[in-house]
Every structure is written in structure tokens, then in C-alpha cells.
Design a protein around this ligand. Sequence first.
Ligand code: PLP
Length: 432
Amino acid sequence: MTDDQLLDIDKAHIWHPYSAMSNEGVSDLPVYPVASANGVRLKLTDGRELIDGMSSWWCAIHGYNHPEINRALEQQLKKMSHVMFGGLTHQPAVELALQLVNLTPEALQSVFFSDSGSVSVEVAMKMAIQYWHAKEQPNKQQFLTIRNGYHGDTFGAMSVSDPVTGMHSLFNDTLTEQYFVDAPVCRFGQPCTDDDIAEFEQILSTEKDHIAAVIMEPIVQGAGGMYFYSAEYLHRVRELCEQHHVLLILDEIATGFGRTGKLFACEHADVTPDIMCVGKALTGGYMSLAATLTSKDISDTISQGDPGVFMHGPTFMANPLACTAALVNLKLLLVSPWQSEISRIEEQLETGLEPCRTMATVHDVRILGAIAVVELNNPVDMTVIQPLFVDAGVWIRPFGKLVYLMPPFIIENEDLEKLTTAVVNIVSKLST
Ligand SMILES: *Cc1c(COP(=O)(O)O)cnc(C)c1O
């Protein structure tokens, strides 16, 4: 198949994430065919190589085509690629569960494997509801969250994602109505005042009889705006949940496994959630896998309540290939000097993007761990900016007003400099 044939079929038959199928007359967003990927480089079918600034959306922390993950997967393939998890178990799942229990905050002891981040959020929400049902508080069925959040694209996850960017109006009659408060304005590194938390505290205390859990992304609000909020805010949320008998679900799907400079972002606030979701970087970007972890108290309570089981069971639960990829990925992370690698990346992102801070088109520049965000005053025109980045030899995919970088942890300084230089050059050419 030639590139043109491939792109024609793609255009005629395939949806991409949050995209329109091509309609005549409307300028189409470009789509680039990838032939292979290695280390931090994506190779397009036309031979061009792009330095990866996205880690394929938080995932590929050790880069692509990693020999050790490849080898482990080849070996696992010869044993079994999949077996059902109902009534059966296997070493990759058991070892991975143990590893996750060891790495996450101590209270989290029970692991539910699922196939994507969104599903792990559905699972977390159902756990919270079943917990209160077992405690004979069946009215606690709703959730409190902060605006600008993103928790996935399935209905439960959508219901707690930002109502505006998530287009709740479109799904009005189907979506469960949840409680929202404004997102914190206190930035990471700043204190959280009584004012900052007042609305949250007020709704939690008046509505607690209806609220099963608070659900939030810890520290970093990802797809809902790439904003880093005060660790003290999260700390106070934990205390208020305790005080009002509401569970705390932390969605670490984007932040987990080192991205923010801590293994999990909740560690910045020294907070342990009642339920935690992980996904994305869990398999190093190899396969789709997620997990929901909870405490022994919550899993025991659910199991002793009516109907005596937890009501969820995906077909591909704990897929052995995915668990194997995750095990090797976590091993690679833990044997690497990841803290110093993240600090190195953080420092270089700071210096490299410094020129953006004084540009008239730029509203804000923020950096945390291996995440850098250049927030513009106006949304970018993707049909213009995307080809500019590709022509500059980098893979950077902005959304809305945000041009952001979250490179693989293994990126070398020289390649990272090419990423920041491309951002500086291209953002400087945008008109205000
Ligand atoms: C990506 C993401 C999800 C959804 O994960 P999928 O694997 O895309 O279903 C949920 N929460 C957060 C914070 C995410 O970044």
C-alpha cells in the first residue's frame, strides 16, 4: 500500500481521538503514517524521523521498542497470550499485583485489573458506591469533584470530567449529575488558603449524605487544562473527606510512575487515597492496562455486603502479555536513577522554555517534573502548527491553548533541546 492509499482509506473509514471524519470542504487535520518507533524517535513512512515529545500521551516512559520489554513479551507469548481471569490466575498478574501493592501507599492492598484508564475509573466509582451500600448508606451514590478535571470517556468517568470541555450538555439525559466546585487557583508550590478550599468544604459538608467519594487528579489536572495545583489543597481535601465520611479516589492515571518527580503525585501532599487508579505509563506504552487499588477495609466491606461480590469483570482482565510488559516496565523504572533523570529533564525544560515567558502570545509557562506547559492566549490552529512541528523534526501535539511536552524519561539532553527549541521558535512565530 502506498502512503496515499493508506491515508485515503484512513480518511474514509477511521475515527481518530476526538476527531471528525473528513467532510468535504472542511480543512482536514493532517494525520501522519508511522512506520516504526525506536527509543525517542518515531519514523514516518516517508523516512522522516521525529523526536517524541509526548510519550504517546504519558505512556512510553522508557521510549519505544525497548529490548528488555520486547524479550519478556516474546517469552510470555510462547507461554500464553491470554486466558480468562474468572477462576484462573497466573504469575504475571500475581507478580504485578504484588509490585503495585508494594509501590503505592501502604494502605492500598487490593488490586482490580482492567483494560483502560476509563474503565479503572468506572471500577473506582462502583467500589465507592458498593462500599456505602454495604455500610447501609445506599443514598451515597454521587461524586464530588473539581472543574477542569479529566477522568476518561466512558459515562461514569465523563460524569466527573469537566462539564464544559466534556460537553455534558450533549449527553444531558444520560449522564449522572455530580457535584462540581471550581478548580483550585492556588498553584503548585503555593499555600492553600481557607478561601481556596471554602466552596469545596461547603458542598462536602452539606451534601455528604449523597456523596460516595471525592474524585480528583492529584496535583496535575491533565487533559482538562494541564494545571498544577497546591499540594496543600490536596492535603486539606484528604482531611475534609475523613471528617465528613466521604471516600477519596485519586486518579493517578496520568501522574503515576514518576512523571511529576514522585512515584505517585499524591506523595507531594503526603496523602493516601482510599481508592487509586493507575494506567497509561503502567506498561511503558506497550499495551492497554490499568488497575484500581483499594484498602483491605474497603474490599472486605464490599465483599461482605450485598450481593457479596464486586460487580465488575472485564473479558481481558489481567491480560498476561500486558501484565508482563508492566512488570518489566516497572523493573526498568525502579533500577533506573529516575529521580535524577526527572530533575535533569525538569531543569532543562525550565531553561529551554525560558524565552517563552516573555512572549506576547504566551499567557503562562509551567513546569513540574517531566511535564512542561506553554499556555497561549489563544487556541492554536492545528492545521498550521502541526505541520510546523513535524517539519522541525519533533512530535508535539498541542490542544487548545496548550503547547506541552512530556518526553520519555530516557531522552538525552541534545534531543530535549531540539524539543524546547522547536517550541520556542514556533510559538514565537504565532501572531497574538
Ligand atoms: C487518560 C486518562 C484517563 C483515561 O484513560 P484511558 O486509558 O484513555 O481510558 C483517565 N484519567 C486521567 C487522569 C487520564 O489522564
